[in-house]
Design a protein. Structure first.
Lengths: 222, 243
């Protein structure tokens, strides 16, 4: 079981390492979306600090959606996905491994970029630290729930846009708790409550999303 | 008589055809009665004057919008668990009415909010979660529309409905806590003034009318879906030729 999970993980990471172009696009997308907001709303430092947490969280969800459309697509096109689903190993582990790989490839780099953008948005060090913790807890949710959407829309025309439509409403709790934690620490009310709820939502997604995604994958491949 | 007979689309088609007139007529009569109570019998509210009368449409629509989603999730779960074709058809037949009621609830809410709060829209927890519910309905309908294969579409839509149903309470509470922390508006919807009995009566009659209407239109819709899917069978061909 563990060996299968690790094999899926290693395979996806190797594939990502050999195609760095795809990997970089999502990260640059994150930076660009975040950079557009000061141009849109004006450069006043107080206002930027006020909207910063929300903007960075929204940009992170959009960046993760951008890459999620291809979570199963490439493997589906060359047929290897069907072989992996038909193998005696549980499909849940396949989905879990792929979601985990997606998080390592697309979620973790966001954690490295976010502090730089936080400085641009005039966030305090304390706020940036909480932003990092909230992204650490929250980005796995994006990959896990996104796996369900990617499995449901596998191989459909206009699948990418449809995926966005299906999954964004489900991301709302993560967005509220994630951005709320940073807001809380800036307003002086503390971030613990938000971070605990975000952590709980992450555990819940980890428990439920892979099963539904595996069921959806089997439905899509029938 | 075995109730499971009606799990067969062919039998249910006939049953639905017999039931539709009953549900539509009672829905129509109750709606007329409910509207009569709402506009003529119910007194003018001393705080909100005449504009409060929109709740007779708004509250039943909001109830139905949430309830229909749960019924869809129920049919989806039944369909996935027992592999019954009719359950998926019921789920599909309900979705447009659910989206319609969600939209009506939002629209009438805005019309009520303007004279009461001085704003068409506030980011109140209930309004926001109702908006998100509309997004969920639109997502499910869009997924069904995008998948041509009936079997795959049924299952995919039901899975999405189910994960949405798990998420709806989480979304509701997250939006509620988000709202209380942001301290956006001073309006509190929770502390509604207690209602006169006649107003409550009007609202309940309208709610039952909305309920019966939902059953009637989804039965009409499910009959169309049954005919479309069973068009290769002899009984469906006979009906299609007659029409």
């Amino acid at each position: 079981m563990h060996r299968f999970l690790l094999a899926v993980l290693r395979r996806d990471l190797t594939l990502a390492a050999r195609r760095r172009g795809d990997w970089l696009i999502a990260q640059f997308f994150f930076v660009m979306v975040a950079s557009l907001f000061p141009l849109g709303v004006g450069p006043e430092p107080e206002m930027l600090a006020r909207i910063g947490p929300g903007v960075l969280w929204v940009a992170a969800t959009l960046a993760s959606l951008l890459s999620l459309a291809r979570l199963f697509e490439d493997d589906h096109r060359d047929g290897s996905l069907e072989h992996m689903v038909l193998s005696p190993e549980p499909t849940v582990l396949l989905v879990l491994g792929k979601s985990l790989a997606h998080w390592l490839i697309y979620g973790v780099p966001l954690l490295l970029i976010a502090p730089v953008l936080g400085i641009q948005f005039n966030l305090s060090w304390e706020a940036i630290l909480v932003l990092e913790i909230s992204l650490l807890l929250g980005t796995p949710i994006l990959s896990l729930l996104g796996g369900v959407g990617a499995a449901l829309t596998l191989g459909l025309r206009g699948g990418g846009v449809l995926l966005t439509l299906l999954i964004l409403p489900l991301y709302i709790p993560a967005l509220i708790f994630g951005a709320g934690a940073v807001d809380g620490v800036m307003a002086g009310t503390g971030a613990e409550a938000h971070l605990s709820l975000l952590g709980a939502f992450m555990v819940l997604s980890l428990m439920i999303a892979p099963w539904i995604a595996a069921a959806a994958l089997r439905v899509s491949l029938e | 008589m075995n109730l499971y007979t009606y799990a067969s689309p062919a039998n249910f088609y006939v049953l639905a055809g017999k039931l539709i007139p009953w549900f539509s007529w009672s829905a129509g009569l109750l709606a007329v009665w409910g509207l009569y109570i709402s506009f003529f019998l119910a007194p003018t509210d001393f705080q909100q004057s005449e504009a409060y009368r929109i709740i007779f449409i708004h509250v039943p629509a909001a109830w139905m919008s949430m309830f229909i989603y749960l019924v869809m999730a129920f049919w989806g779960a039944i369909g996935l668990a027992f592999n019954t074709r009719l359950s998926f058809m019921m789920a599909r037949a309900l979705a447009p009415t659910g989206a319609l009621f969600t939209f009506i609830a939002l629209w009438t809410g805005a019309l009520w909010g303007k004279p009461m709060w001085g704003a068409w829209w506030v980011w109140d927890a209930r309004l926001t979660s109702e908006l998100i519910l509309l997004f969920l309905y639109v997502g499910i309908i869009a997924l069904w529309a995008a998948i041509d294969d009936v079997r795959r579409g049924d299952r995919a839509g039901s899975l999405l409905t189910l994960i949405g149903a798990i998420n709806v309470p989480i979304i509701y509470f997250s939006v509620k806590w988000w709202n209380t922390l942001h301290q956006g508006s001073s309006i509190n919807l929770m502390k509604a003034p207690s209602m006169a009995a006649i107003m409550l009566q009007g609202m309940l009659v309208m709610a039952i009318a909305a309920w019966l209407y939902t059953i009637a239109v989804s039965l009409v819709r499910v009959r169309r879906i049954i005919l479309e899917r069973e068009r290769q069978t002899d009984w469906a061909k006979a009906i299609l030729e007659r029409e």
